[in-house]
Design a protein around this ligand. Structure first.
Ligand SMILES: Nc1ncnc2c1ncn2[C@@H]1O[C@H](COP(=O)(O)OP(=O)(O)OP(=O)(O)O)[C@@H](O)[C@H]1O
Length: 326
């Protein structure tokens, strides 16, 4: 009779993928891919491959690189297309509006890296030197590293499996010469996938200050954001707050606000109250946000008097307070 292989130790939560079966031993365990619980799991083949177990050799280099970064913030969303990259870009621009602050944006949305386009640097290339890869600079104090810079064309999608994504994220964290940064904002893919687990695993020692969660008011998006909140709890990331995006339409002519995506269940504010998460604020739907992103210009600078700019700045202010930076 075959011996039943059950993990005897509690796995590190950051090594348990979100789609893992019950009793998953964790990707770092000696039993990864080989325990009974692994049978039928989508990740079994990767886990059972002979990749060396134990601490990743990149960790000391990442720790060294990250030692000059004061704050590391993740931007997460349950669903795609809710405005996560747009928010990341506005956050970067708003931080960089203070000339004293150095900000970096790391775009690990491997399937849809839109940050270079939104920031108007899609045609740029990454250069490497003896001290590592240089970020592409939007302005002196706002640097960007994105998988988008590695693609032959912005239309090319990357279809990489877990280990390759893991390798790229490790390289972004250890080989990019960010220099001294006040803020490193990480734009992640929607949902909770390999990229999220990699980030958590690689930054565990250096510390993540927290995550900002983006959603739209619809119930389908809110349901998915609940999963993100649970993920953050599971892997021990502080949720800095929840942002509701595209939360009402302000007519540029008459300034009347109408609810395009009417929340049927109380929206993000109610969800925040229910889950004990801070509600950071709501950004209205404004077609000029999409236009600014297409032209790669800062919406905050282009439309300083718009309700959406006021909302973004309010949210960012609140975020700074929560971080203890204001
Ligand atoms: N408040 C807003 N008003 C109007 N348009 C918006 C707003 N926020 C974002 N958008 C537009 O919505 C679209 C999706 O935004 P974005 O790419 O930031 O979403 P995302 O969540 O990062 O998507 P993905 O997960 O697919 O990368 C873009 O065209 C963007 O310009």
């Amino acid at each position: 009779m075959l011996a039943v292989q059950r993990p005897t130790e509690v796995p590190d939560p950051s090594s348990v993928p979100s789609n893992a079966p019950e009793h998953c031993p964790g990707t770092e365990s000696e039993l990864a891919g080989k325990a009974d619980a692994c049978n039928g799991c989508a990740n079994q083949e990767i886990c059972a491959s002979n990749k060396p177990k134990g601490p990743d050799p990149a960790l000391p280099f990442i720790r060294e690189r990250m030692s000059t970064v004061k704050r590391k913030i993740l931007v997460l969303s349950g669903k795609g297309g809710v405005g996560k990259s747009t928010f990341t870009a506005q956050l970067g621009w708003a931080f960089a509006a203070d000339e004293q602050l150095q900000t970096g944006i790391m775009d690990v949305d491997i399937c849809g890296p839109s940050i270079p386009t939104i920031l108007g640097i899609a045609a740029e290339q990454v250069h490497s030197s003896s001290s590592g890869w240089s970020p592409v600079y939007v302005q002196d104090n706002l640097g960007v590293m994105s998988v988008g810079f590695m693609l032959p064309s912005s239309k090319d999608a990357v279809m990489w499996r877990g280990p390759k994504k893991n390798g790229l994220i490790s390289q972004f964290l250890k080989d990019v010469d960010w220099g001294d940064l006040d803020y490193l904002v990480v734009d992640t893919p929607p949902g909770t996938s390999d990229e999220h687990l990699s980030i958590v695993q690689f930054l565990k020692e250096s510390g993540i200050d927290g995550a900002v969660l983006i959603t739209t008011p619809q119930e389908v998006a809110l349901q998915d954001v609940r999963r993100e909140i649970n993920f953050c709890k599971k892997v021990g990331i502080r949720v800095l707050g929840l942002v509701e995006n595209m939360s009402g339409f302000v007519c540029p002519g008459c300034k009347t606000e109408s609810q395009i995506f009417k929340p049927s269940t109380g929206g993000a504010k109610r969800l925040a109250e229910e889950t004990g998460v801070e509600f950071l604020g709501a950004v209205p739907l404004d077609p000029r946000i999409g236009k600014s992103a297409d032209y790669g210009v800062s919406f905050l600078d282009e439309y300083p008097d718009s309700p959406a700019t006021a909302a973004y700045l309010d949210i960012i202010d609140r975020l700074k307070h929560i971080l203890g930076d204001a």
